[in-house]
Design a protein. Structure first.
Length: 91
């Protein structure tokens, strides 16, 4: 019996609420267009992320306010609008 795991055959579940220190994220639905880097957590209810932007702005918001920054956003160095994200996906 072969007991080795083939990681490519393992199911993957993406949970947007699981971030690690160093992840680049954007804030959803608020007036923040910067890209932020996760630098800490506060394990309360709800769990909060501590993030900072390149310009030094720091936030601590519940994790549900964040999503991972897309490659297009990382290249643009800012959060993109829904329309801009859709265009970036097709180009």
């Amino acid at each position: 019996m072969n007991m080795q795991n083939n990681l490519s055959e393992q199911p993957t579940e993406l949970n947007s609420e699981e971030f690690v220190v160093g992840d680049m994220v954007v804030v959803n639905e608020l007036d923040h267009n910067e890209i932020f880097e996760v630098f800490g957590f506060y394990y309360s209810t709800p769990k909060r992320l501590f993030v900072k932007s390149v310009c030094g702005k720091q936030l601590a918001l519940p994790v549900q306010f964040f999503r991972s920054a897309s490659i297009a956003e990382l290249e643009a160095k800012r959060r993109l609008t829904t329309e801009e994200l859709a265009r970036a996906e097709v180009s």
